[in-house]
Design a protein. Structure first.
Length: 260
């Protein structure tokens, strides 16, 4: 069984010395995030998550296209919001980035609200599922004939295809009932957050059963935070250490780097 170890590129102004404490010196920029990507490749990571956020940071797809020619072996996990871009155009963009990467693209599906718009959870996940189906068919090189609640399109696929000839894997996370059902029906990799071992086992068991009901199988991803300090004692007791180093450290707590 293979294991993919990934890192996190701070495209959304979320690079901090102390977790949750914004630092203007670490704000998202092409130069800063390019440095993270090149360092992650040099360090041997398999993949790099490029998150998506409208109000903060830089665009994930544009950054992926910019960094692709500078990478030699690492994959990119590009986050895209379902509905933010018309699915046929998004399919063409993603196929182009995959070509630039030599077939090393993976796709993080995001089901959040779109900029300037709020949609209730149930229809938002219905929209996500519709677009995931259309996007996969286009990237698989299939003609799309879809007349749904959110997408109404009859279209041949773009000429440009991903290097492997089919859709890159979809990574997707969410613990709500609606999110789990979308993942079971349309995702390839189900992403989880830190939890107890019994909690993780329960989620994995539930998702395997849900996917099986749709005749599918899922792979699983797990996010973790790495607390980095000069000594193990400082890492394990960040509050005590923070107090001993003055008010600047008292504010924030531990530092963290965030693998995808």
């Amino acid at each position: 069984m293979s294991c993919e170890v990934s890192w996190f590129a701070a495209l959304c102004d979320d690079d901090y010395e102390f977790l949750g404490v914004p630092d203007s010196a670490l704000q998202s920029s092409w130069e800063h995030c390019r440095g993270i990507a090149l360092a992650a490749e040099e360090a041997g990571y398999d993949n790099l998550l490029l998150p998506s956020g409208y109000a903060m940071g830089i665009d994930s797809v544009a950054f992926a296209a910019g960094i692709a020619p500078l990478l030699r072996r690492m994959r990119l996990l590009v986050a895209v919001r379902m509905g933010e871009m018309w699915a046929p155009q998004l399919a063409r963009q993603l196929a182009t980035v995959d070509q630039m990467l030599g077939g090393r693209l993976t796709i993080n599906i995001i089901s959040s609200d779109l900029p300037g718009q709020t949609l209730d959870s149930a229809p938002r996940y219905r929209r996500t599922l519709e677009i995931m189906h259309v996007l996969r068919d286009l990237l698989d090189g299939k003609r799309v004939e879809h007349h749904g609640e959110f997408v109404d399109v009859a279209l041949d696929p773009p000429r440009l295809r991903p290097v492997a000839g089919g859709c890159p894997p979809f990574y997707f996370g969410g613990l709500s009932e609606a999110a789990r059902e979308v993942a079971a029906q349309a995702a390839d990799v189900y992403l989880m957050w830190p939890d107890t071992m019994p909690g993780v086992a329960a989620v994995v068991s539930d998702m395997r059963a849900r996917a099986a009901r749709h005749g599918r199988e899922l792979r699983f991803g797990y996010r973790s935070h790495v607390i980095v300090r000069a000594t193990e004692d400082e890492a394990r007791h960040p509050i005590v250490v923070a107090l001993s180093h003055g008010s600047a450290r008292r504010r924030g707590g531990p530092a963290a780097a965030e693998p995808g």
